[in-house]
Design a protein around this ligand. Structure first.
Ligand code: CP3
Length: 345
């Protein structure tokens, strides 16, 4: 990697750039016909994630289509609970279903220690992708946040309000702390191995931060994200790896997110009044076009995109991205159009 050439790494290093680097959350996925052609060969999405050659091919698809400034590992955040014996499968029309979710405090105390051998397929995918991409294109590895992984592990499936998880949090706070601590350790080992295998940057997805109130987000989510970031910053292998934090619609101040010590904050679409003045010079920013805008006309796409680019044009460390992942209903031609107009700005 010649880091001096990557505008993505420059932005993460808080440089002001003439053009914003671009990548998209969920840039590989069902909205792409090339993805669907491969996906239909697997009935269970998890089996596809366990095939490092296929993961490599899928990670390259969006780079080939749009010449993006970063690649992201093709995998899923649910590989970690799967590796802890919870057996995650994806059922058509239902999303992820856990065979052994956490039901009681004892289930937590009986969890095995995370063994990275159980996810060796992820590290193989990382090294395959790293070998296949141009040396100037950084590769992003990722994990779910401890809280987000705990929420899926208890709920055992996707849910709108995660009632079982919220109930468990109220009734079993000590067991919850144990689970969050175990997951923090697992995430650290998981990311460290991804870096050893070739990841240049890592992103932490706190996709269910929105379930927590302002007080809980500190003690249930950010406390463990801070620990994870501290472990990464202290480790000889990961200490110089930029860390991006995506938090979905968090009920907290921008300061609380900055205090996690992430190098870059990935802003959710609703974070329009995020205090730019407060974050200026302290943290890089990524985001945050609402993915739904990609369903609108080209005039609207351009207006909304240029509003965001104007806002951040002199910001030290700005990366263009969406506020959340691309959804399956988006037309790939609009993703191409969006990429072109960001570069023309
Ligand atoms: O290019 C990329 O970003 C692809 C890599 C990637 C996937 N999942 C592939 C995927 C990444 C970074 C993720 C992260 C992920 N997985 C998150 C955090 C990001 C976010 O959106 O907040 C979460 C919460 C998950 C868990 C997950 N994975 C769910 C709940 C689902 C089912 C819902 C859905 O979108 O279908 C998935 C499935 C999934 N992960 C797909 C892909 C491409 C679709 C699977 C399919 O083809 O059926």
């Amino acid at each position: 990697m010649s880091p001096s050439k990557s505008i993505f790494l420059k932005a993460l290093n808080r440089e002001i750039l003439p053009t914003a680097p671009i990548w998209y959350m969920r840039q590989a996925g069902r909205y792409m016909p090339e993805y669907r052609a491969i996906r239909k060969k697997f009935s269970n999405f998890m089996d596809m994630c366990k095939n490092p050659e296929v993961c490599c091919e899928l990670a390259l698809q969006p780079l080939n289509a749009y010449e993006l400034d970063a690649a992201i590992l093709f995998s899923d955040i649910l590989t970690v609970p799967d590796a802890l014996g919870m057996e995650v499968n994806f059922i058509e029309g239902k999303g992820p279903i856990f065979n052994n979710p956490i039901n009681t405090a004892n289930d937590i105390f009986n969890l095995p220690i995370f063994d990275p051998e159980n996810v060796s397929y992820v590290f193989e995918a990382v090294s395959n992708i790293k070998n296949a991409i141009h040396e100037d294109i950084p590769l992003i590895g990722f994990t779910g946040s401890p809280w987000t992984l705990a929420a899926y592990s208890i709920e055992g499936q996707s849910s709108k309000n995660f009632n079982k998880t919220i109930g468990f949090l109220k009734e079993q706070p000590h067991a919850m702390e144990t689970l969050l601590t175990m997951l923090t350790d697992a995430c650290f080992i998981y990311l460290r191995k991804q870096v050893q295998s070739g990841a240049d940057v890592v992103q932490i997805f706190d996709s269910w931060a929105n379930l927590l109130n302002e007080k809980e987000i500190e003690s249930i989510s950010h406390k463990y994200i801070k620990n994870l970031i501290q472990y990464l910053k202290q480790d000889s292998i990961t200490k110089d790896i930029p860390i991006i934090l995506f938090s979905r619609d968090p009920k907290c101040s921008s300061n609380s997110l900055i205090e996690t010590k992430a190098d870059c904050l990935s802003l959710y679409s609703t974070m329009v009044n995020f205090e730019k003045e407060l974050t200026y010079g302290r943290v890089a920013i990524q985001g945050n076009l609402n993915p739904k805008i990609l369903l609108e006309s080209r005039n609207i796409i351009k207006d909304e995109t240029y509003k965001i680019l104007s806002k951040y044009k002199d910001y030290p460390g700005y990366i263009f991205n969406l506020g959340h992942g691309i959804t399956p209903d988006i037309n790939p031609d609009n993703v191409k159009y969006l990429t072109d107009i960001v570069r023309e700005f």
